[in-house]
Design a protein. Structure first.
Length: 393
């Protein structure tokens, strides 16, 4: 059984981000055993191509491979009122998974050993863990590692008072005439028909005056069927955006759990969970990429200091509590989701809201923002959440 210092299971955003940082860190001991990177062979077990979006200052680590970046964001309320603002010194960035993967792999050296293999089990141990897998020919094999980081999606979410799905379908569209403002991302367009519980909105990423990613998104318990997404996108592109003729050049679809569950990143003495399985997704937004970067950086820092590299959940406890209240208020129908988001973005600076959603805001500013949203449903749900939290058992 070949031995490694670190084994990373899964080569999506979390697995590749951690491998990239580990390979560059030149950690003590990494030269002896190196890093194993295991991902499923091409086929149904491998994640499809997708795009990741996030906001940060310019000069970020991934700036050289971005598909696009924008300085200005807009939110459109149910009444059609548009709130547009520059968010400098931040920028909203779009990264394609294929470009990210190619860039990371091109920078890996002989210290990283890639495996195309379906992992069938991970066995913890006092001094090392064993990873068991099957190669593309169906031959089983095993390797050992001092530390194992598992980025695979969980087969089952932890129990939680509230779990919604951020589910969406997006079209990459091309028009014959200019139809988009290349400088403006529409982060939320709330002119879509609203579900009884939850919220729906359009999302528009202009790649040029004639090309854009147009998405329809819901925060609800259940995903739609193909016909439902088709109707919603036809309604949004036609009635709302008034696009007469366009060509759909590609499609992307997904469902991201938005849950008040508590994630445990430690799965054993030598085994840890990272990425969405390790709580990197911000419950109120579904954004994950920035959380993954913070989590991976923390793991590398711990290893560099000779500590047990338990990945942190990269969100503050008070923010997770606030997110739990929001999800519960949406799920119960107490809160009009479209009104909530319109008021949040309409009565606060976009920069302040982005700072809050990325975990960089201060408590006084958060309390000030809280005073701008519907108080009765949020207060009632906060009291319910506090009671649930304090109630024994």
């Amino acid at each position: 059984m070949r031995e490694f210092d670190v084994a990373v299971v899964g080569a999506g955003a979390a697995g590749l981000s951690l491998t990239h940082r580990l390979a560059r860190a030149n950690l003590p001991g990494a030269g002896r055993g190196g890093i194993a990177l295991l991902e499923p062979p091409p086929g149904p077990l491998r994640a499809p191509a997708r795009t990741w979006c996030f906001w940060e200052h310019d000069g970020g680590e991934w700036d050289g491979i971005l598909a696009a970046r924008w300085d200005r964001l807009a939110v459109i309320g149910p009444d059609g009122r548009r709130r547009r603002s520059r968010v400098a010194p931040l920028a909203y960035k779009m990264l394609r998974s294929g470009d990210f993967e190619a860039h990371v792999r091109s920078g890996l050296d002989g210290g990283v050993t890639p495996y195309d293999a379906a992992v069938t089990g991970i066995e913890d141990g006092p001094g090392r863990a064993a990873v068991r897998a099957v190669d593309p020919a169906g031959v089983p094999f095993a390797l050992a590692a001092r530390w194992v980081f598992d980025s695979r999606p969980p087969s089952r979410l932890p129990p939680a008072p509230t779990t919604l799905l951020q589910h969406f379908r997006g079209w990459f569209v091309r028009t014959e005439e200019d139809a988009f403002d290349p400088d403006d991302v529409v982060l939320m367009d709330l002119r879509t028909p609203q579900p009884p519980n939850g919220v729906s909105f359009g999302y528009l990423l202009p790649l040029s005056a004639r090309e854009a990613l147009v998405e329809y998104t819901e925060f609800t318990r259940q995903i739609l069927d193909d016909a439902g997404y088709e109707r919603a996108l036809r309604d949004y592109t036609g009635r709302v955006l008034r696009l007469d003729e366009f060509t759909v050049t590609a499609t992307e679809q997904g469902a991201i759990p938005m849950t008040s569950a508590r994630f445990r990143t430690r799965a054993g003495r030598r085994v840890f969970r990272i990425g969405a399985a390790g709580g990197a997704t911000r419950p109120s937004t579904g954004y994950t990429f920035s959380g993954i970067q913070r989590q991976a950086a923390a793991v590398v820092r711990a290893l560099a200091r000779g500590r047990v590299p338990v990945p942190p959940v990269p969100h503050r406890r008070r923010h997770l509590a606030m997110d739990a209240v929001l999800l519960r208020a949406l799920d119960t129908g107490r809160l009009d989701g479209a009104e909530f988001f319109a008021r949040l973005f309409g009565r606060n600076s976009l920069r302040d809201v982005l700072d809050f959603l990325d975990g960089h805001s201060t408590l006084p500013r958060e309390l000030a923002m809280g005073a701008t949203v519907p108080l009765v449903p949020m207060s009632a749900t906060t009291a319910e959440h506090a009671w649930r939290t304090l109630r024994p058992g």
